[in-house]
Design a protein around this ligand. Sequence first.
Ligand code: IPM
Ligand code: MN
Length: 358
Amino acid sequence: MKNYNIAVLKGDGIGPEVIDAALTLLPVIEEQYQVKFNLQEHLIGAISIDEKGVPLEDEVIAHCKTADAILLGAIGDPKYDNAPNLQQRPEQGLLKLRKELGLFANVRPVTAYDALLDKSPLKKEIIQGVDLVIYRELTGGIYFGEHGYTDDGAAYDHCTYSVLEVDRILHLAFKAAEQRDKRLTVVDKANVLETSRLWRKRAQVLSEQYPTIALDFLFVDNAAMQIILNPNQFDVIVTENMFGDILSDEASVIAGSIGLLASSSLGNGVGLFEPIHGSFPQGAGKNIANPIAAILSTALMLSYLGLNEAANSVEKAVNQALEQGVVTPEISGDHKFGTKQVTQFILDCLAELEVESN
Ligand code: IPM
Ligand code: MN
């Protein structure tokens, strides 16, 4: 029987409950596919600061490096948000984990689900058929440049990109486009920023290796508008760290809720899978958090582990929940179903899919 070691980092706010929801699916997968998941839990974020004094312990990083995959919930607590002089922040744990594990590519798929077309604040005709993916650079740029204060009290955050950092994610994005609709959009601010001009230059150079891909460029301000005006024009979007952070939250409106968006973070070693939503502390413990982003992140993890059929079943089960209106309050507008009920429904669908395939 194939064994997989999964590091589980539930984190803060709704992180634990959405990851618990996702984990309930694993025993069903184990039985259906004759595999075994060995889960090992660790702390990250605010809870780790509270209990261990640091947002991420070195032992946790070391263990994550040996795992086959990492499943992560969410990071952040409001008690740290408006305290500008703190030395320790929950987010540092996540940034450190991404950096130390070399997770340079964050892949964020955005789909308009037919069942939810009426739920988006955007017009149905505009979002119908959207199937795009954002490749966000995750270990460079302004997030990881030098931060600090000058002697006269000005603050700075430096943005740097090396050719290697740009090339490796561009290659992944070109390759993704080859498997999809063969269109790649580089989003930058090349009319102002030198780093963006490097991105543009490298994309032009590398495009010679990908002759089937239609490459185009958009300034980030225009891209923010185009994602809302005409999202169907996009197939693969590739962009730097901060632009990708912002645009992927924006693009989640197309899906109908940020609570639906999953992501994979990939590099040279182990892959990490996490919802794109934050810790939503106001919603924690209220049985209202949408478990689907965590469940779809688990599906991404399954396919990363080579369990493609299992991943497809999980996606099918999620679709059934969406189609039958078994969705959490931020989508339904009422409190008919909570985290637990949506999870149970998906679990039942998954178990039934097994019966059908046997
Ligand atoms: C995300 C989050 C993180 C980021 C935060 C929590 C540091 O917003 O994964 O999108 O900005 O990358
Ligand atoms: Mn974000």
